[in-house]
Design a protein around this ligand. Structure first.
Ligand SMILES: [Zn+2]
Length: 48
């Protein structure tokens, strides 16, 4: 099961998959809502 993020801007739920996640050079990733373009940084991942 993919984790789901709730967009605080448009209120939609999106699966945290590689379509919406942008990997950073560090362990953080950025989630970009494809509905409104809102970005959430520093998402906590299960890695490490
Ligand atoms: Zn959104």
């Amino acid at each position: 099961m993919m984790p789901v993020v709730h967009c605080p801007k448009c209120g939609k739920d999106h699966d945290l998959n590689q379509d919406v996640l942008i990997a950073q050079s560090n362990q953080n990733v950025i989630y970009r809502c494809d509905s409104c373009g809102f970005e959430v940084k520093d998402i906590q991942t299960s890695k490490g």
